[in-house]
Design a protein around this ligand. Structure first.
Ligand SMILES: [Zn+2]
Length: 442
């Protein structure tokens, strides 16, 4: 039988397929045709059945699905390290908001380019983002070659781009139209949080999400001080407000869910809403610890996110997976909590559900070719008993040697194929002066 032709074959010592059986293939290969995976299996079998225009042999490596970051604010890379060691509300109101009130479209785009470069170099291929001027975030995502759900954020108080929330509706529709039919980019309706909007505004924005058929994302129950604030303002807890206004729905995506009651978890379960867990951001801002295992045991889909680079302070999903696994074990004093496989599932399969992309999150014939490889030829990754263990507990984003998104090679052996990182780095350094000036004038 004549071998079939494909565009690309990727070879590595192990493949973590993330298929239904969570199959591990040793000496494996993935054949890619266009933006799809056409076959996956042992290298000897793929070599018999497929001839490729290009073959990338990753050598001693683990190949796995591209990682999915379920919650981030990519342009906030520009604020990385500007204010640390502060509580959430002080950090937001005294540092982030004053800096952000001076943001321009060019700066948002620069921050997004920097964040996208950082992410593809550390194995992330898809993100759920929320920020201002998502039209240019989309431009950066598109040019980098990644996938995203993008949400134009709004508040009840004026932002640099909206005098009032109603002004945001037009921008949300425009963003939706800009990326309608785009293969890699979708949009979402994005109120910032319960305490920075008002319930009527939230209900109206949900109407818009229903009308346009979009996901609806919000920061919710991130910390005890946030709960106190909504109790003082509205007499109710954040999740309670969302429930009473009919905002817990299948299209709802809740970020954080740290300060939640068992009853609130049951409401989220009944509604079909999903959550994103952001352990490093919650730890750094002293927000508390999300009772993640309760969500998982209830059968609620939980994605994993870094949050913005100003509260993390990186966008490294390998680092985040390690923290997610460790944190629940310590929190519950149970080393069996959140095992490695469950954490990888969050960053791949659950992330795909969270973003609403049906054809990513696992490596199978017919799925989109979002594929990464991790270089195992390093001292801190030897010897190998179980490659999954190394992915979760020993590796970091800097070990990624290949990133392919939608069939396109976008990062390989330290080189960016779609991004001019030298220019981005130079421009990002210049942003420091601007941000410090904003804080001086606050
Ligand atoms: Zn956030």
């Amino acid at each position: 039988m004549q071998p079939d032709k494909c565009d690309l074959i990727i070879k590595g010592s192990y493949i973590l397929t993330q298929n239904e059986e969570r199959e591990l293939i040793e000496d494996g290969a993935v054949a890619v045709s266009g933006n799809y995976i056409s076959a996956i299996g042992k290298q000897v079998d793929i070599a018999k059945e497929w001839i490729a225009d290009e073959t990338i042999d990753c050598g001693k490596s683990v190949i796995l699905p591209g990682l999915i970051n379920s919650h981030t604010h990519v342009p906030m890379t520009l604020m990385r390290g500007v204010a640390d060691d502060l509580p959430l509300l002080e950090w937001l109101h005294n540092y982030m908001f004053p800096i952000e009130s001076g943001l321009t479209k060019d700066l948002v785009e620069l921050g997004a380019r920097l964040g996208c470069a950082e992410m593809v170099a550390s194995g992330t291929t898809a993100i759920f983002d929320g920020y201002m001027h998502e039209d240019v975030v989309g431009k950066a995502v598109d040019e980098t070659g990644m996938k995203a759900v993008l949400g134009e954020g709004f508040f009840k108080f004026p932002s640099p781009f909206f005098k009032k929330a109603q002004d945001a509706w037009d921008a949300i529709e425009a963003l939706h139209e800009q990326f309608a039919g785009h293969e890699r980019i979708k949009t979402a309706v994005t109120p910032h949080a319960v305490f920075t909007t008002d319930p009527d505004q939230l209900a109206e924005s949900m109407g818009l999400a229903e009308r346009l058929g979009l996901l609806w994302q919000i920061h919710a129950a991130e910390s005890v001080p946030e709960t106190k604030l909504t109790l003082d303002t509205f007499g109710k807890r954040p999740i309670q407000i969302l429930k009473e206004y009919g905002l817990l729905r299948e299209r709802t995506r809740l970020h954080h869910c740290v300060d939640v009651t068992d009853e609130e978890i049951s409401w989220i379960k009944e509604s079909g809403a999903m959550i994103a867990h952001n352990p490093q951001s919650n730890l750094k801002l002293g927000s508390g610890i999300c009772p993640l295992t309760k969500f998982v045991e209830a059968g609620i889909t939980a994605g994993l996110g870094t949050d913005g680079a100003a509260s993390n302070n990186n966008l490294d999903m390998l680092d985040e997976m390690r923290t997610a696994a460790m944190l629940q074990k310590g929190f519950l004093q149970d080393p069996e909590a959140m095992p490695a496989q469950a954490v990888l599932d969050m960053a791949t399969l659950s992330g795909a559900e969270f973003l609403g992309f049906e054809d990513i999150g696992s490596l199978k014939a017919g799925m989109k070719a979002d594929i990464i490889a991790l270089d195992m030829d390093k001292m801190h990754l030897k010897p190998v008993y179980n490659p999954l263990s190394h992915v979760i507990y020993s590796a970091g984003g800097q070990d990624i040697c290949l990133t392919v998104c939608d069939g396109e090679v976008i990062f390989r052996d330290g080189h960016f194929l779609t991004v001019d990182v030298e220019t981005i780095s130079r421009e990002a350094e210049k942003a420091v002066e601007w941000a410090l000036q904003r804080l001086e004038n606050r």
